[in-house]
Design a protein around this ligand. Structure first.
Ligand code: ZN
Length: 246
C-alpha cells in the first residue's frame, strides 16, 4: 500500500533527480464530480509529499489534474502552484480523450503555469504528440508507447509507422529508414530486423526499441520547436540515447 510518505521515501532511496508525488488520475470519461475529487485529493497528497521530503537534492514536481475541464485545470493550477514546486506535471491526460481535447487542455494549462519552471506531460506520447505539445509549452515527457509498440514490430518512420514483421520487409537490403542515424539503421537492414522478429530472436525487440527512441528524439529536434522552451528560460538539456557523442 502506497502513501504520500512512502512514495517519497522510496524515491529518495533510488536518488532520482526528479521525483513525483502520489496523485489521483481520474479515469477517462470521469464526470465532473470525479475529476474535482481527484484535484482535491491530489492537492492534499502533494502537501503531504512535500512535508515528507528529507533530501534537498531532488526536484519534487507538483501534479496538475482537472481532466479536460478548463475551470478545474485552473483550480488545480492555483492550488498546486501555491505550494511552490520547482516544476509542474500535467497528469490525467492521454486516458481516452480525443487528441484535440488533450492538445486544448495542454495549451490552456501551460499558459497558467509559471514560465520559468519546467513542465512535464505525464504518459505522452507519440512523435506527433511530442511536437504538438512542445508547441504548447511542454518540456518533458515520459511514455511507454515508443518502446511497447517497438516490441510488436511497429516502427516510427517519417510518414508514420510501419510494421517491420510484414512481408514487404523480408528482402529489404536497406535500413528501416534510409536517413535514420540510429544504431539499428546504421548497422542492419530492414530485412535482417524482419528476420529477427520472425525468428522470435530477443535482439529484435532491442533493435526496434533503439530505432523508435531515436526517432522520437529526431522528430522532436526536426520540429525546431525546442527553442520555444529555451526562449522561455527553461533548460533544454534533453539527453538523446543510442547515438554516441561526436
Ligand atoms: Zn533507425
Amino acid at each position: 500500500m502506497f502513501s504520500p510518505e512512502s512514495v517519497i521515501r522510496h524515491q529518495e532511496g533510488i536518488r532520482a533527480d526528479v521525483i513525483m508525488p502520489i496523485d489521483v488520475c481520474a479515469p477517462g470519461g470521469s464526470d465532473r464530480t470525479g475529476v474535482a475529487e481527484a484535484v482535491e485529493l491530489t492537492t492534499r497528497w502533494a502537501e503531504r509529499c512535500r512535508e515528507a521530503q528529507t533530501r534537498d537534492d531532488q526536484m519534487l514536481f507538483g501534479i496538475v489534474q482537472g481532466g479536460t475541464f478548463p475551470d478545474l485545470r485552473e483550480v488545480s493550477v492555483e492550488l498546486i502552484t501555491a505550494l511552490d514546486f520547482p516544476g509542474y506535471a500535467l497528469g490525467g491526460l492521454s486516458v481516452g480523450e480525443s487528441k484535440n481535447d488533450m492538445y486544448d487542455t495542454v495549451g490552456h494549462t501551460t499558459t497558467l503555469l509559471p514560465a520559468e519552471r519546467p513542465r512535464y506531460l505525464m504518459g505522452v506520447g507519440s512523435p506527433e504528440d511530442l511536437v504538438e505539445c512542445v508547441a504548447r509549452g511542454i518540456d518533458m515527457f515520459d511514455c511507454v508507447l515508443p518502446t511497447r509498440i517497438a516490441r510488436n514490430g511497429a516502427l516510427f518512420v517519417r510518414d508514420g509507422r510501419v510494421n517491420v514483421d510484414t512481408a514487404r520487409f523480408r528482402s529489404q537490403q536497406t535500413p528501416i529508414e534510409a536517413d535514420c542515424d540510429c544504431y539499428t539503421c546504421e548497422t542492419f537492414s530492414a530485412g535482417y530486423v524482419h528476420h529477427l522478429f520472425k525468428a522470435n530472436e530477443l535482439l529484435a525487440y532491442r533493435l526496434a526499441t533503439v530505432h523508435n527512441v531515436r526517432s522520437c528524439c529526431v522528430s522532436w529536434r526536426r520540429s525546431g520547436l525546442l527553442s520555444a522552451s529555451r526562449v522561455r528560460g527553461v533548460s533544454s538539456g534533453v539527453p538523446c540515447p543510442f547515438r554516441p557523442a561526436g
